[in-house]
Design a protein around this ligand. Structure first.
Ligand code: ADP
Ligand code: MG
Length: 326
């Protein structure tokens, strides 16, 4: 019997796709949030994401406070990717009875810190026991900036590809955390902070939406290769990105990792990856910490990397594969 490893995450999602949708639902499966028509001239954005012990985190390397922060932040990042503002969240947790109370109190503190920081009201959830590890499921709803929503589709031939932050930083942070000794390197510490306490790019998403600067947008949860692949697929176009233009992470000497590989395939940065017409370059540069890394084109299929030697390489569209070992 074939197992879920053969089906993969996309295959599983496909099993639940295809149902006909009707008003007030505008978009179901396939973007960072589901989109529902609001009562005024705006849209409600809905998203849910899980964090599971042993899959997304290990208690040994990820403190409870940071798990609390991150479990909400990764959901807020999907609201940012649609250009919205979060309004409220629900928290469902499954916990082993043997877990120390201090763990839960610290988790709560991190969760509340993120909720307060980004103005997201906590309005409910669910609690139950667990016969294995900790599982956290968060749901957030938010609102679009008026009628303006950033979608994964909409990129046009010749648009620039932009990314915020430094792609690959979070994956580097995970490698630093997994090192047996404590890493005292400044770059290593910054990468760990990026991995444990990502900052959803709500201000940037709102800016892109309100000023109609981006033609498409996604948040970087699975690495540029996969995430840009989603924009390309949704927009029916390809992309060429240039290694030379990447703001590559600063890898400490104790870690052996290729920065370009980290940027392409490392996940969990929770920055925004978006496309924009060339005429918007100046306005985007003014915002700060945004990097133009390539172009959208009909000349190639999928995502192609132009490396430092000037060779074009088709890149694998795979970030973290959830079902590979089950
Ligand atoms: P993101 O990384 O932005 O959270 P995902 O890769 O998790 O997005 O999901 C991609 C799309 O598939 C989203 O629109 C999401 O709502 C949908 N999706 C994921 N899992 C399921 C599921 N089990 N049933 C229905 N839709 C799903
Ligand atoms: Mg997303």
């Amino acid at each position: 019997m074939r197992d879920l490893g053969d089906l993969g995450e996309n295959g599983i999602i496909q099993l639940f796709s295809g149902a006909e949708l009707h008003e007030p639902v505008i978009k179901g499966i396939g973007d960072d949030c589901a989109v529902i028509r609001g009562a005024k001239d705006d849209y409600i954005l809905l998203t849910t994401d899980m964090m599971v012990e042993g899959i997304h985190f290990e208690k040994a390397t990820c403190p409870a406070y940071e798990i609390g922060w991150k479990s909400l932040a990764v959901n807020l990042s999907d609201i940012a990717a649609m250009g919205g503002q979060p309004e409220a969240c629900l928290l469902a947790i499954s916990l082993p009875g043997s877990l120390q109370q201090t763990w839960l109190v610290e988790f709560r503190d991190g969760w509340m810190a993120a909720a307060n920081r980004y103005g997201c009201q906590v309005i409910g959830g669910d609690t139950c026991g667990s016969s294995s590890g900790i599982a956290i499921s968060v749901t957030v709803y938010g609102r679009s900036a008026g009628s303006k929503v950033l979608w994964r589709f909409g990129a046009s031939d010749g648009d620039d590809v932009w990314v915020s932050g430094a792609p690959g930083m979070s994956a580097l942070g995970l490698l630093v955390l997994q090192e047996s000794k404590e890493n005292k390197d400044v770059a290593g510490k910054a990468a760990v902070a990026k991995h444990l306490t990502p900052e959803p790019q709500l201000e940037l998403g709102r800016f892109l939406a309100v000023e109609s600067l981006a033609s498409s947008c996604i948040d970087t949860s699975d690495g540029i290769a996969t995430d840009l692949g989603h924009i390309c697929a949704a927009s029916h176009l390809g992309a060429i990105i240039e290694e030379e233009l990447f703001p590559l992470p600063d890898v400490p000497p104790s870690i052996s990792a290729d920065p370009t590989e980290l940027a392409l395939y490392g996940g969990e940065d929770y920055d925004l990856l978006f496309t924009a017409p060339n005429k918007n370059r100046r306005r985007l540069e003014e915002f700060g910490n945004l990097h133009r890394i390539g172009i959208i084109t009909s000349d190639v299929r999928g995502v192609v990397l132009l490396n430092r030697s000037g060779e074009q390489m088709k890149i694998r569209g795979e970030g973290f594969r959830h079902f590979k070992s089950f």
